[in-house]
Design a protein around this ligand. Sequence first.
Ligand SMILES: Nc1ncnc2c1ncn2[C@@H]1O[C@H](COP(=O)(O)OP(=O)(O)O)[C@@H](O)[C@H]1O
Ligand SMILES: [Mg+2]
Length: 190
Amino acid sequence: MQESIQSQRQQLRQIMRNKRLNLSEQEQIQASNSIIVPAMALIEKYKATNFAFYLPFNNEICPLPLINELSAQQKQIYLPVLHPFSKGNLLFIRYDNCKKSLKLNRFGILEPVLNVQKILPLNQLDIIFTPLVACDKSGNRLGMGGGFYDRTLAQTSSNLIKIGLGYKFQQVDKLPVEHWDMPLDYIILG
Ligand SMILES: Nc1ncnc2c1ncn2[C@@H]1O[C@H](COP(=O)(O)OP(=O)(O)O)[C@@H](O)[C@H]1O
Ligand SMILES: [Mg+2]
């Protein structure tokens, strides 16, 4: 009997998360630095100014060196926070590079303190960089299982460039996909 899509996805999440937890610090640093050049090439191609990123959780590939590079170029960086009312959705808040303006959310992920003056409407984002648990060669993305990016990206226009960041081992030939999964435009593997 064929395994259900749900259990295939759950198994793949488990395998990838274990592999990620086994990475050495050196491997993580090297991968995180290696995404800067390909990411900058895409950023240049789209003449983008407003970027959504994430802060790494559970050994996700770390975008901080890339964020620092962009901040130095006066680009605007936004980070996701759990939407306070609209369950399962994300809001994007300007990141001012200050650790004090961050707090842990209910999943234990660092996020900016919610401040309505720092919210950027989704339609003003140019590029969104997402973390991923697994991806495939067609741009499909598997997340942690909460569907937060799927719900949020379903409300964005096709002009928003969606770029997944991950380690090379996270890419498989073909992911078991669901109809609600929002595909990525590009994937950069470090
Ligand atoms: N646009 C959406 N509207 C409502 N629910 C959604 C939407 N996208 C995803 N979901 C729900 O989120 C849950 C998790 O989605 P899933 O794709 O498995 O997680 P992830 O993308 O984090 O790997 C699913 O139960 C799915 O029904
Ligand atoms: Mg999904």
